[in-house]
Every structure is written in structure tokens, then in C-alpha cells.
Write a protein that binds this ligand. Structure first.
Ligand SMILES: [Zn+2]
Ligand SMILES: [Zn+2]
Length: 299
């Protein structure tokens, strides 16, 4: 679906529009004031409402806000430290996907947007954490037989990964429509990203991405702890790699045949906002012919 010339608000934003959506970055990131518009108000409202939602916690607001603080230190701290480690290694590489940097990387801005995204994820994690600390049941179980057995858990997880990947792809496509791009422009401020951009997304996009965390608060929604944590850590590490700006030959050889997203694939989405929308896998880009490769062949 290429609707670059569509006047409709649901038409896909062009790459030029994606660049213009961050005029402060395009001109001078130090002196320009950040634009405050309707999308910024909605983004801010999401932060305020999610933070205030703890007042309604049945286990008590005090416990919820403690859980929020611990979750924020845990999520924000580990993501920023991991990104720093990857960035130190990758910024020293001479062979970068977009060639030598013409401008310094916007690491401070990437880290600031990531911190807000970590706050949103923490607001969601505070719900199951408050239940866990108060002794109430959650959906997280650590015993395989309690979780329903290996076959059930692995087949459910496989199906859930497919559904989640579909959600991530179509959410991303929705955020690239002209009407919704304002909620995604923060991520496209980073034309040549570092690993700090892996989770540098605005509050509305963070909510649309991280909402499944809150499912852990539902005891009937069984998640097998070791597998769940491995997948979450795998997703975090994959996102560092997708944004690190360099490629590892072995990873680029192994992951694409398994339909996984890679640095070479996702970096093109930052360089050209009209292609390669997959976030975890490339299945939907292949089905919908939105890979850069497909678009070049269509011309
Ligand atoms: Zn990205
Ligand atoms: Zn995008």
C-alpha cells in the first residue's frame, strides 16, 4: 500500500513529512524550542493519567507508587545502561550502515525520550507488582506444570508472538498515517540512531506498545515466568541491535531466514520512513510488500 500522494489523513506520511515533523532536529536541536501542539497535549495527558491511575489501586496507592518507583529504576536503569554499553562498542566501528556521522548522535534526546517511555512501562508494571507484593495472585507462574505443561505453554507463546508481531506492525503502520504520525515523530527524530533510540518512543506510542505488561495483573492470563522473562530480555536486546547503526555478519546471516528484524533492515526505516515497518519480525512487511526491496522493484 503506497499512498504517498494521498491527501487523506489516513494516507501514509511521506519521508519528507517525517523529516519536517521534527523541525527542531532538522535545524538546530540546541536552540529550537520544542513545538507544543495537540499531540503533545495528548502525550502529556497520557503520562499524567497513567501516573494518577495508581490512586485507584485496590492494594493501596502507597504500594502502587512504591512499585512504580522500583519498576522505573529497574526498567529505566537497565535499558539505559544496556544502551550505553552497546553504544560505546558500536560508535567505535568504522563500518557504519549510514557511513561516517555528519552530525553528532542525539544521544541525550534519545535517552530523555527513553526515560519517559520507561515511566509509561513502569506505570503498567506497577499493577501486577502491587498485586504480587500484597500476596494477591498474578498471571506470572514459575512452575511449568502449574502453567499447563510445556506443550501448551510453548504453543500458546508461539501463537501470542505471531499475534503480538501483527499488532506491532499494524500499530506502526497506523502511527505512520498523517493523522497519527505526530505520536511517532519522536522516534523519527533519530535519522541515524544509536542503541539509545531502541525504546525512544512517545507516551501514546509507549502505551500502544507496552500495554500487554498489564495482563500480568490478571491471574487467569497465565505467563510462564522463565519463558516470559527470556522473551522480554530478547526483545530489549533485539531493539538495541536494530538501532545500533552497525551490523554483525553472523546475526545478519542467521536472523533474516527466521523472519526476524535486523539492524540492516530497521536502520533503513530510520533513513527512509516509507519502508520496513516490522518491529519484531519482517513477516507483515513481506506480506504487504512494504520492504524497501519490494518498493524498489515496484518502481
Ligand atoms: Zn526504530
Ligand atoms: Zn516509524
Amino acid at each position: 500500500m503506497s499512498s504517498n500522494d494521498s491527501p487523506s489523513l489516513l494516507g501514509t506520511a511521506t519521508d519528507a513529512q517525517a523529516v519536517r515533523a521534527n523541525p527542531d532536529v532538522a535545524k538546530d536541536s540546541r536552540s529550537a524550542r520544542r513545538r507544543v501542539d495537540w499531540a503533545t497535549w495528548v502525550d502529556n495527558a497520557v503520562v499524567v493519567l497513567l501516573t494518577a491511575s495508581g490512586l485507584l489501586c485496590p492494594q493501596g496507592p502507597a504500594l502502587w507508587y512504591q512499585a512504580l518507583a522500583v519498576a522505573f529504576v529497574g526498567i529505566g536503569g537497565s535499558v539505559l545502561c544496556g544502551a550505553a554499553l552497546v553504544t560505546v562498542v558500536c560508535e567505535r566501528q568504522s563500518e557504519r550502515l549510514q557511513g561516517p556521522r555528519r552530525k553528532p548522535a542525539l544521544i541525550a534526546r534519545e535517552a530523555r525520550v527513553t526515560a519517559v517511555a520507561a515511566w509509561i512501562a513502569s506505570c503498567l508494571l506497577a499493577w501486577p507488582l502491587a498485586r504480587l507484593w500484597s500476596g494477591a495472585p498474578t498471571g506470572l507462574v514459575w512452575n511449568l506444570s502449574e502453567a499447563g505443561g510445556g506443550l501448551l505453554i510453548f504453543s500458546q507463546t508461539f501463537a501470542a508472538l505471531f499475534v503480538l508481531d501483527a499488532w506491532l506492525y499494524w500499530k506502526h503502520r497506523l502511527l505512520h498515517t498523517r493523522v497519527m504520525f505526530a505520536f511517532h515523530r519522536d522516534h523519527h527524530a533519530f535519522r541515524d540512531p544509536t542503541a539509545f533510540a531502541g525504546f525512544a518512543v512517545g507516551p501514546v506510542e509507549s502505551l500502544l506498545t507496552f500495554w500487554p505488561i498489564v495482563l500480568l495483573a490478571i491471574p487467569e492470563a497465565i505467563h510462564y515466568g522463565p519463558l516470559y522473562l527470556s522473551l522480554v530480555i530478547g526483545f530489549v536486546v533485539l531493539n538495541f541491535y536494530l538501532h545500533c547503526g552497525v551490523t554483525v555478519r553472523l546475526i545478519e546471516a542467521v536472523l533474516p531466514p527466521l523472519f526476524f528484524n535486523t539492524s540492516a533492515f530497521h536502520n533503513r526505516h530510520h533513513a527512509n520512513a516509507e519502508v520496513n515497518f516490522g518491529e519484531a519480525f519482517t513477516i507483515w512487511d513481506r506480506l504487504c510488500r512494504t520492504r524497501e526491496h519490494d518498493q524498489q522493484r515496484a518502481r
